[in-house]
Write a protein that binds this ligand. Sequence first.
Ligand code: P6P
Length: 333
Amino acid sequence: MRRVTLTQFLIEQQRAGRTTPELRLLIEVVARAVKAISVNVSKGALAGVLGEAGTDNVQGEAQKKLDVIANEILLQANEWGGHLAAMASEEVEEVHQIPFDYPKGGYLLLFDPLDGSSNIDVNISVGTIFSVLRNPEGVGEPTEKNFLQPGREQVAAGYALYGPSTQLILTVGNGVHGFTLDREMGSFIYTHPFMTVPEETQEFAINASNARYWEPPVQRYIAELQAGKTGPRGKDFNMRWVASMVADVHRILTRGGIFMYPLDEKCRDKGGKLRLMYEANPMAMIIEQAGGAATTGRERIMDVQPTKLHQRVPVVLGSAAEVERVTQYHLEA
Ligand code: P6P
């Protein structure tokens, strides 16, 4: 069967009026950067890139060497193309401006360059998450304010999963499409057209060690899943927790499930654990485009009006029926 590459897919989306040439270039550049990150991640100990970088990120978390490498790759790959007005990264406090000697474009790119990096040293899948917004017209040098748009304004979102194979999952607002990296050719091959989240599921993903901190609606929901056949759900459920959001979300996108990092007593003062702008929003766009649902437990994630670039938010996403049930339990509380 003739293999369709990411480039051909994007050209066809552009022909159909779903992407602009600038957005097509942006995605191609991000895909090239992701290939370079994949090469570094897959070298592991052979390239001296494991372990701590000896620095902390904006979240006060110790950075891994690969966090810093992945961040640099994405910043440098996207500076010169003329498609971006500015960038924002989980690893960098301030908005990253386009160097003055390059032209600016109409888009804002946000990313978590290497999500789940605590898994790197134990060789478990990690990923890159990205989100694309339009830069508001005529507002001069982009500031944090330009980025503070609700997730429903995203024009594209995606992630790369560095697993047994490297996959790029992408939406430009017309369904979710998966590509697998052919390392010999160096190209992403279109392998998963129109991915959809199964409505029903028997798998849930949550860090169960936080159970004593959960709010009552979450306690109630998880207790029912754990009761299995003998409980009100009348069927057994399985639990999976990779502690790498990209890996957990990809499993849910592929075979269904619900992913929860809810508000709890431990993360309440920070507003949640996961970041809104470059983790929750892009994943929410992907999951909704695949027929699933994504909320904070109380409201649609993509309707949250951001107030800070690095703000956190509770996340409940996946099979629509399950997410709806969690929302219902919050309303009944
Ligand atoms: P915990 C990784 O650090 C991350 O941001 C997500 O990728 C992941 O879902 C979550 O945190 C894991 O959190 O508390 O289980 O370590």
